[in-house]
Design a protein around this ligand. Structure first.
Ligand code: NAD
Length: 245
């Protein structure tokens, strides 16, 4: 029996690096998984590959659209049951130094990363309250805690996700719902592959483990927080950064 057998999970941003690895890990652990992403073609392709591992459905949608979020959760409940687990993984960057950044660039990152997380949480909470069970894992970042050059918008969104998580954990614990945040460090995914190789190598040489993390290493941590093993872990965070912070 897998660690997530009998559970239904929604994984956002599953056409991307960490989201895909998370959906794969959850299927291997016995969960039924609804994967979603704005990138329809990549998502469809991901679903086709992942279907070899277990029960997976896919839905192209924007996490910051409340109607799309409500429809996604309703479909998940009807076709897979639950949902028991929400992995709020989708996120974007729009890097620039603040003095050069357009306000729209700042607002877009807040809209997707922070408001998308809020919208998805609001869509699943009624179902989780009804079933008196839920695991919500939000995705923050070391940028939120350490700051990062060119990432005022991204770091602000991820810092707010951390604060959101703490407060949600306090509000929902009495309904059997835990809410935690994952704080990844530098992870090799399509998001970070845009950074030139020499800069990535230079950065890696400053990390305690002298390497970037893999999407699978983040997926393993999402799995722990989504599983029964984390039953008394609430309103807190798990840092997966190889000791960077
Ligand atoms: P990625 O770019 O590979 O994947 C992100 C996915 O989210 C993409 O497939 C994208 O299409 C999707 N997405 C973007 N906007 C969306 C929207 N509005 N609705 C639905 N889907 C949307 O990036 P990744 O590295 O796998 O990142 C996953 C999460 O991890 C993000 O929240 C990111 O901020 C966080 N994170 C990543 C790193 C890293 O080093 N890669 C570090 C810390 C935190």
């Amino acid at each position: 029996m897998g660690r997530l057998t009998g559970k239904t999970a929604i994984v956002t941003g599953a056409a991307g690096g960490i989201g895909y690895a998370t959906a794969e890990k959850f299927l291997e652990e016995g969960a039924a998984v609804m994967i979603c992403d704005v990138a329809e073609d990549r998502l469809k392709e991901a679903a086709e590959t992942l279907s070899a591992k277990g029960k997976v459905l896919w839905q192209a949608m924007d996490i910051s659209d409340p109607e799309a979020a409500a429809a996604l959760v309703k479909r998940t409940a009807e076709e897979l049951g639950g949902p028991h687990i929400l992995i709020n993984n989708a996120g974007i960057t729009r890097d620039a130094q603040l003095y050069k950044m357009e306000l729209e660039q700042f607002e877009k990152v807040i809209k997707v990363n922070l408001m998308g997380t809020v919208v998805m949480c609001k869509a699943v909470i009624p179902y989780m309250m009804e079933q008196k069970y839920g695991r919500i894992v939000n995705c923050s970042s070391v940028s939120a805690l350490a700051g990062n050059f060119g990432q005022t918008n991204y770091a602000s969104s991820k810092g707010a996700i951390w604060s959101l998580t703490r407060s949600m954990g306090h509000e929902l614990a009495k309904y059997g719902i835990t809410v935690n945040a994952l704080i990844p460090g530098a992870i090799e995914t399509p998001m970070t592959r845009a950074i030139p190789d020499d800069i990535r190598a230079k950065k890696a040489s400053t990390f305690p483990m002298r390497r970037w993390g893999s999407a699978r290493e983040v997926a393993n941590a999402y799995c722990f927080l989504a599983s029964e093993e984390a039953s008394y872990v609430n309103a807190t965070s798990l840092v997966v950064d190889g000791g960077y912070l």
